[in-house]
Design a protein. Structure first.
Length: 179
């Protein structure tokens, strides 16, 4: 597999993870989602799930298994978020390492091609998911409303570098059309 294939998400959504709907999940035949935490579900320095995120998880739980896999090492923070969402979780994943994601897949007891890897980063979330043969979904980072700048130099570099390698990082329409 070439680098551009490793860094190419299967789906790129406009906006945050909250734009991922059960209809999109069903359209792609997904039965499970492995979710990144920091800036995918909550802003980096926030230790609690928003009411909107809790509603989204409840809506998604109806049609898919969910598991959190975070590079973050903070049991207090990630554990608290996971418990508030009533979701299993893995810390210290060191993505793009696949080890903790494999553990999540094993716990879900689903074929890898039926599980989506959802995250805001190309070189961690998308790369790890693609290395495992998962369906990868790139979302825009969730930023704390008090953040003065919405600039993400690391993410911007990842997008730029991925495009140089031949990946197409252009947001796709989130509406599902009949084929």
């Amino acid at each position: 597999m070439t680098w551009n294939k490793f860094l190419q998400p299967n789906l790129i959504l406009d906006g945050s993870v909250l734009n991922l709907t059960p209809e999109i999940i069903q359209h792609y035949g997904l039965k499970g989602l492995v979710l990144d935490v920091d800036e995918t579900l909550v802003p980096i320095r926030v230790g609690a799930a928003s009411p909107e995120l809790k509603d989204w998880v409840e809506q998604m739980r109806i049609c898919t298994s969910l598991c959190l896999v975070s590079n973050n090492l903070s049991e207090a923070r990630i554990g608290s978020i996971a418990r508030s969402l009533n979701l299993p979780y893995y810390l210290g994943a060191a993505k793009p390492s696949r080890r903790k994601i494999r553990s999540a897949l094993q716990a879900m007891d689903l074929p890898v091609h039926q599980v989506g890897m959802v995250g805001d980063r190309l070189f961690t979330d998308v790369l790890a998911g693609n290395r495992l043969g998962m369906f990868t979904i790139l979302v825009e980072p969730i930023i704390h409303p008090d953040a003065a700048l919405r600039s993400h130099p690391i993410r911007n570099f990842e997008v730029w570098f991925s495009e140089i390698l031949g990946a197409s990082i252009i947001s796709q329409d989130t509406k599902i059309h009949k084929d």
